[in-house]
Design a protein around this ligand. Structure first.
Ligand code: ACO
Length: 329
């Protein structure tokens, strides 16, 4: 048994900040940001929360799949920026959408999170444990962004994307994912908890007590070098494992971190840029939401055809990276 994606959805906050808005906060320019990252604008959650965006994206994915919420057996939310610690975001989504029979939990693996959540759901569905799963990536990174740090605040944005997976008969070909982690390099991208275990015991630190380490900190060049080496490698591994050739892949849906990373991956794989769709110019890096948002856009624009093979590839904090092959419904 395996599973296919039978519906996608996304939610993007309407409030936007373009590069000129960022240039009013830190010393930078529209030209620098576009040239070094490809980002022109990002959407920021003002009235929305990680949970509300996740629930909206989930509802849209279920509508696209034509599946009522009562039929969902599993809800997985991948996030590093949930507004709730307890109950988990997935349980909050369950409540919002009325998925009464679902088992719900969250998963945290930064920008590789959606690929890992997809793999987790696939494993459950392939084993016959569940029949229908909702896999969601939702992030309010603006809450974790240091708006005084020009090395990071130019990159990130908020949003949510979701996919509905359904178990399908054994005749359909199953694909195995490849994933890796390297905890020894975790310092390249970090963000401390906002709990103050020493002073306030279990309390969230007040805004005034937060220092730079409580916001995302990144060694940009180290992350860049890691991504341009490891992402083509893991894509090569996943193709080899599944005995696929690059000719058979219609699109590579990469985590949307930086245009130059996507271009470098395409070059190393010797594949044309047309196979690497991008929307980071509009949304920036939305961490675990970026892959499902892009997938949903492509689905709704009618760019995906039945039987097409796609590679999803994520990479980010941890360090973590991985790739999965999907055959479009
Ligand atoms: N505006 C203007 N100048 C800047 C800015 C800015 N926003 N940021 C840095 N600079 C300056 C630096 O100070 C430096 O100046 P100097 O030469 O005088 O010292 C110069 O520009 C070059 O800085 P670099 O850090 O070398 O710039 P780089 O080309 O590496 O671009 C960037 C920085 C965009 C952050 C890049 O390294 C990058 O995209 N890295 C990958 C980030 C990423 O993909 N993260 C994904 C994981 S996200 C997750 O897991 C949550």
């Amino acid at each position: 048994m395996t599973a296919t994606i039978c519906g996608t959805g996304s939610y993007i906050p309407s409030y936007t900040m373009d590069n000129n808005d960022i240039a009013r906060l830190v010393e930078t320019s529209d030209e620098w940001i576009r040239e070094r990252t490809g980002v022109a604008r990002r959407h920021i959650a003002k009235d929305e929360t990680t949970v509300s965006m996740a629930a909206e994206a989930a509802g849209r994915a279920l509508a696209d799949a034509g599946i009522p919420p009562e039929e969902v057996d599993l809800i997985l939310v991948s996030t590093i920026s949930s507004d709730v610690i307890l109950p988990c975001a997935a349980c909050e989504v369950q409540k919002e959408i009325g998925a009464l029979h679902a088992t719900c939990f969250d998963l945290s693996a930064a920008c590789t999170g959606f690929v890992l959540a997809y793999n987790t759901a696939l494993a459950y569905l392939s084993q016959g444990v569940y029949r229908t799963a909702l896999v969601i990536g939702s992030e309010s990174l603006s809450n974790l962004t240091n708006w005084k740090d020009r090395g990071t605040c130019i990159l990130f944005g908020d949003g949510a994307g979701a996919a509905v997976l359904r178990a399908v008969d054994p005749e359909k070909r199953a694909y195995l994912p490849v994933t890796h982690s390297d905890g020894s390099k975790g310092a390249a991208l970090s963000c401390k908890s906002r709990h103050d275990y020493n002073g306030l015991i279990g309390k969230i630190r007040p805004e005034a007590m937060l220092d730079e380490s409580h916001y995302m900190q990144m060694d940009g060049q180290a992350v860049f070098k890691f991504a341009v080496k490891r992402v083509p490698e893991v894509i090569g591994e996943v193709l080899k494992l599944n005995r696929l050739d690059t000719d058979e892949i219609a699109y590579y849906i990469l985590h949307q971190a930086n245009k130059r990373i996507v271009e470098a991956v395409a070059k190393r794989l010797n594949e044309p840029m047309e196979k690497f769709p991008m929307n980071l110019q509009e949304y920036g890096n939305t961490s675990s939401a970026s892959i499902p948002i892009l997938l949903d856009e492509m689905n709704r624009e009618g760019r995906l055809a039945a039987g097409q093979k796609l590679v999803l590839a994520g990479f980010g904090a941890g360090l973590t990276w991985g790739a999965a092959v999907i055959e479009w419904r």
